[in-house]
Design a protein around this ligand. Structure first.
Ligand SMILES: [Fe+2]
Length: 431
C-alpha cells in the first residue's frame, strides 16, 4: 500500500480519536495539611463588592481578640487609609468557628491595585478593583467543592484576565462538616483575596437540622454579600452594579412566591434599573430553569413559573445557573419556548466537586438547547460594550483549559426588545 494511504488512514483515525473526549471521573477531596500559623494571622481571606466604590474584606482568625481593621493603600507596605469593621462567629454542634471579620474599605479608585493587611497582622494581600465602565470580564464557575478538579478549575481561572468571579451556588460541599468551610476558604484564598467573589447560595449551603439548626448559618456568617447595600433583608438574595452591568443574585432555597420578601424585593430592584447606566442585566440562580440533563430535571420549574415573567419584562440578558454538574447553553428563551427577547440561559455547575459529572441527557435535544456537555470547566463572560458580549466555556481537558464553546451575545437594549416590553413592565411592576 502507498505510504500516502497509510498517512491518510492514520490522520483519519487520530482526528476521530481526538474528537472523542473521554470524560474523567471525579477526583478525590484535596488534602489540607495542618499549618502552624500564629492565631492572630488572617486566614481564608476573600473580598466582595459592597456598594459603589467599596469592597468588603472578609477573613477568619483563631484569636478572638483580633481587631476587624483593614489597612490599605496603592503602594506595597504603605497604607494611607484604615477601615474598622464587624465580626461574628458561630457554633455548630461540636464545632466552634474562629472570629469571622467583615470590613468594608473605600471609596476606592476603579481598575486600581490596592495592597492591604487584615487586623494589623500577617502577610500583605493585594486586590484589583473592577473598572468603572465597560469592558468588564467575569469568571464563572459553580458547584466548586474542593477536589483535584476544583484545583484544576481554579488554576485555569487564575490564568485568565478577569475582574470579578461569579459563583452560582454550591461552594464548599462542607455538608455539615464545618472544618471543610475552613479548608475551602484556604483553597480559594489566592484567587478570592485578589478579585471580588460574588456568590449566591446552593443546596449544599443549607446544612439545616430540624429543630436544632436553621439553614445557611455557616454560609451567611462567612460569605456576607452586599444585601443591605442593595435594599434586601437577606444575604440569600441581593444585587450589585459593576461597570455597565446590573447583576441580580437570586435564592433558589428561600421563598420566592408572589407574597415573599424575595419576590417583592426583586420587583423593587428591577423597577429602579437605569439601562443607560447598566445596559447589561444578568441574573444568577442555583437551580437552572432550562435544563435538558436528567439530573435535577424539573427542579427549577416552580421558581421559573413565578420569577421568569418579571425577568422577561425587565429584559434580562443572561441567566447563569449551577446545580447540574455539566455545561449547557440555550438560545434566547421565555416560557419554555424560543423568544428573541428572552434571556440566554447558561448552566455552569461544572466547577469540579466530588459528586462528579451529570452525564445523561434527554434526547432528542430540545430546540432551545444549543450546546451541552458533561465536563468540568469554567466560563468567561466579557461584556465588551453596551451592545456586545463574548461568552466562552473552557473545558478542563486533561488539566488544560480548552475553549470548547463560544458565542457573541447581543444585548436586549440594542435589539429594541426593551421598548416592546414597556407595557408588560407596567403591568407586572406597576407604573
Ligand atoms: Fe446544587
Amino acid at each position: 500500500m502507498e505510504p500516502k494511504f497509510f498517512l491518510a488512514v492514520f490522520l483519519l483515525i487520530s482526528s476521530t480519536v481526538s474528537a472523542e473526549y473521554i470524560r474523567p471521573p471525579p477526583r478525590k477531596t484535596l488534602y489540607f495539611p495542618w499549618r502552624s500559623t500564629p492565631s492572630s494571622h488572617p486566614q481564608q481571606v476573600h473580598i466582595s463588592l459592597a456598594g459603589d466604590k467599596h469592597i468588603r474584606v472578609s477573613w477568619v482568625t483563631d484569636d478572638k481578640s483580633c481587631l476587624s481593621t483593614v489597612e490599605y493603600g496603592t503602594s506595597p507596605g504603605r497604607y494611607s487609609a484604615v477601615s474598622h469593621g464587624e465580626s461574628t462567629s458561630y457554633s455548630y454542634l461540636f464545632y466552634s468557628s474562629g472570629k469571622i471579620h467583615h470590613t468594608v474599605i473605600g471609596p476606592l479608585e476603579p481598575n486600581t491595585v490596592y495592597f492591604y493587611r487584615c487586623g494589623g497582622q500577617g502577610p500583605e494581600f493585594q486586590l484589583k478593583t473592577p473598572p468603572a465602565q465597560l469592558p468588564i470580564t467575569f469568571a464563572v464557575a459553580g458547584d466548586l467543592g474542593q477536589t483535584g478538579w476544583t484545583k484544576s478549575t481554579l488554576d485555569h481561572i487564575d490564568q485568565c484576565q478577569y475582574d470579578v468571579h461569579l459563583l452560582p451556588g454550591d461552594l464548599s460541599y462542607a455538608d455539615y462538616m464545618q472544618h471543610r468551610w475552613d479548608t475551602f476558604g484556604e483553597l480559594v484564598q489566592p484567587l478570592a483575596s485578589s478579585r471580588p467573589w460574588m456568590v449566591t447560595e446552593g443546596n449544599h449551603e443549607e446544612e439545616s437540622i430540624p429543630i436544632i439548626k436553621d439553614g445557611f448559618q455557616s454560609y451567611n456568617s462567612r460569605w456576607k454579600m452586599p444585601f443591605e447595600e442593595s435594599g434586601s433583608s437577606s444575604n440569600l438574595y441581593y444585587s450589585f452594579e459593576v461597570a455597565g452591568a446590573h447583576v441580580i443574585m437570586l435564592g433558589s432555597f428561600t421563598d420566592y412566591d408572589e407574597y415573599s420578601e424575595q419576590y417583592n424585593w426583586l420587583k423593587a430592584d428591577l423597577t429602579k434599573l437605569d439601562r443607560n447606566k447598566t445596559p447589561w442585566l444578568l441574573v444568577l440562580v442555583h437551580v437552572p430553569w432550562y435544563n435538558s440533563n436528567h439530573a435535577h430535571q424539573g427542579e427549577g420549574d416552580e421558581m421559573m413559573a413565578v420569577i421568569e415573567p418579571l425577568l422577561y419584562a425587565a429584559g434580562v440578558d443572561i441567566v447563569l445557573a449551577g446545580h447540574v454538574h455539566a455545561y449547557e447553553r440555550t438560545k434566547r428563551v421565555n416560557n419554555g419556548n424560543l423568544d428573541p427577547c428572552g434571556a440566554v440561559h447558561l448552566t455552569i455547575g461544572d466547577g469540579g466537586n466530588r459528586e462528579g459529572l451529570a452525564r445523561k441527557y434527554i434526547n432528542p435535544q430540545p430546540e432551545w438547547s444549543v450546546f451541552r456537555e458533561a465536563s468540568f470547566g469554567h466560563g468567561e463572560l466579557k461584556l465588551v460594550n453596551s451592545t456586545h458580549a463574548y461568552w466562552t466555556w473552557h473545558r478542563n481537558d486533561d488539566d488544560e483549559p480548552v475553549r470548547s464553546d463560544q458565542v457573541w451575545i447581543t444585548s436586549l437594549v440594542s435589539s429594541g426588545c426593551l421598548d416592546e416590553k414597556r407595557q408588560l413592565r407596567k403591568i407586572l411592576m406597576g407604573p
